[in-house]
Structure formats: structure tokens, C-alpha cells
Ligand binder design. Structure first.
Ligand code: PXL
Length: 280
């Protein structure tokens, strides 16, 4: 008899296009051998081109969804994506603080890859103050890292990514993975920072398309690897390799962005290998 899958609880918004959000989390977690528990924070109206509307759940509904499944099943990791409101942030904080030994991956989603806004200043401050101290790892892209770290006295042109990472760590998360896809570099360089500095830096061949849901895929894949008992550094590598392969196998089902194929590995012909190289 095979072992039962590890269980990961994802707090996220619904993306009906199946590119990002809870749908991305479900496919990624399932694709990596986990059983996903899903707590909806919001429902969006969107396609592969853009977001048309957002309905944010009442915080009590978030609490009820989570408490009900958590009373029934043990989880090996938490993953948090789109938050929707300060009340939801407070509700999730209260829940995860009851499980201090369970790894928590926080993807600080501020906007979709196409620039649709998901978070205002209030949400950023609440996330920083309430959720960062609970997070094992946060996974901002370079734009999100700079925006969250920036204070009024900063010149945004000067604040570099290492400095941003240091600030984010000061708010209490254990690790920060800054994703470099938006930086002007030939390869995509993702850097994992801990309190003592850089832990690993991985470079990946830059793929040509514009992808919808790559961040959700990466953060869920980290949660899956942590749920399997891997270290943070190994989980980050494993998740990047998985995500790069989903992007490489990405497909364009509509008029807008490409969607990562989280089941690339189920294809029978000619599976491609990732080209990531670790520098540390
Ligand atoms: O990729 C971030 C993200 C997270 N959650 C939802 C989204 C998106 C991007 O569009 O729609 C629901």
C-alpha cells in the first residue's frame, strides 16, 4: 500500500482561467503529490487577458473554512496567496499562530503579473506586521520586495534587492526568496536570503512568453516540498525546477498570457530537463 499524500492548506483567491490563484495551487500541489486543502479568500472575474472584478470573502468565512478542515485533518504546510482585506489577514494570522511548527509559505501577492492591483497600502502594512513574523519563507518578486521594503526616506532607485531582503527579514520571516524575472538580466536569477545573508542563488534560462500563475506555482511547489520534509534551501531548488518545467511546457489557451502546465511530467514524449544551475 502506498503512503497517503502530505496535506497542504492553501489560502488563496479563485482564478476562473485556471492560470493563477487557488486553481494553480491545487494543480501544483496535486502534481507534486500532495493533497490540497483550499480556503478561498476571494473570487475574481478574469480570463487570461486580465482581471475584471474581485469579490472579497468575509473574514469569518475564511476562518470557518479553515477551522473546519483543520479540526478534521493534520496539515504539513500552509501556503498563503491573495489576501483581499486586513480582516482576512487578521483571521489567517490567528489561525496559523495556533500551528507554530507547521511551515508557512507566504506569497505576498500585490498585483497580477499583468498589473491588476490586489493590495493597497493598508494590506501591505497588515501583511508585514501580522503575517511576516509567522512566515517560514516569503516569495516576493523584485518589484514586490522593493515596494514592501521601501520607506518614506528611501530613494527607490537606490534600494537594492539585498537591502530589501534584509528589511523584509527584519519584519520576522525566516527566509526571503526574491524572484528575478522582472530584472533586466539575461537569465532569471532567484536569490534565497536568510538572516545571515545569501543562502542560494539559482539562474534559469529566461523563457520568451508572458506567464499567468508562475508565482502561485512556485510558492505552492515550495510548500509541497516543505510538506515532504525537505529543507528550505532544497525546497526552493526543487520548486524552481518544477516551475521552470511548467513554464517551458506552458500553453496559450486564450487571447492573453501563457499558462504553466503543472502536469508537464505526465507527457509521454520527450520530457525536457530544466537548465537551472546553483551558484551556492
Ligand atoms: O499571480 C497572483 C495571483 C494570485 N491570486 C489570484 C490571481 C493572481 C493573478 O492574477 O488572479 C486569484
Amino acid at each position: 500500500m502506498s503512503l497517503p499524500p502530505s496535506i497542504v492548506l492553501s489560502f488563496a483567491g479563485s482564478d476562473p482561467s485556471g492560470g493563477a490563484g487557488i486553481q494553480a495551487d491545487i494543480m501544483t500541489l496535486a502534481g507534486m503529490g500532495c493533497h490540497p486543502l483550499t480556503v478561498l479568500t476571494a473570487v475574481t472575474v478574469q480570463d487570461t487577458v486580465g482581471v475584471e472584478d474581485i469579490f472579497v470573502m468575509d473574514a469569518e468565512w475564511v476562518t470557518d473554512q479553515a477551522r473546519t478542515v483543520l479540526q478534521d485533518m493534520p496539515v504539513q504546510a500552509f501556503k498563503i496567496g491573495m489576501l483581499g482585506s486586513v480582516e482576512i489577514i487578521a483571521a489567517i494570522t490567528e489561525i496559523v499562530s495556533d500551528y507554530p511548527d507547521i511551515p508557512l509559505v507566504l506569497d505576498p501577492v500585490l498585483a497580477s503579473g499583468r498589473g491588476d492591483t490586489f493590495a493597497n497600502e493598508e494590506i501591505i502594512v497588515a501583511m508585514r506586521e501580522m503575517l511576516f513574523p509567522q512566515a517560514t519563507i516569503i516569495t516576493p518578486n523584485s518589484i514586490e520586495a522593493r515596494r514592501i521594503a521601501l520607506n518614506d526616506e528611501d530613494d527607490p532607485e537606490i534600494l537594492d534587492l539585498k537591502q530589501s531582503a534584509e528589511r523584509l527579514l527584519e519584519w520576522g520571516c525566516s527566509y526571503v526568496l526574491i524572484k528575478g524575472a522582472h530584472e533586466n538580466t539575461p537569465e532569471v536569477v532567484n536569490v534565497l536570503y536568510g538572516v545571515n545573508g545569501v543562502i542560494r542563488s539559482d539562474s534559469w534560462q529566461r523563457l520568451p512568453g508572458s506567464y499567468h500563475g508562475s508565482g502561485c506555482t512556485l510558492s505552492s511547489a515550495i510548500a509541497a516540498s516543505l510538506a515532504h520534509g525537505m529543507s528550505v534551501a532544497d525546497s526552493v531548488y526543487e520548486a524552481q525546477e518544477f516551475t521552470w518545467n511548467t513554464l517551458n511546457a506552458g500553453f496559450r489557451p486564450g487571447m492573453g498570457q501563457y499558462i504553466p502546465d503543472r502536469f508537464f511530467w505526465a507527457e509521454t514524449e520527450n520530457p525536457k530537463e530544466g537548465t537551472g544551475s546553483a551558484e551556492n
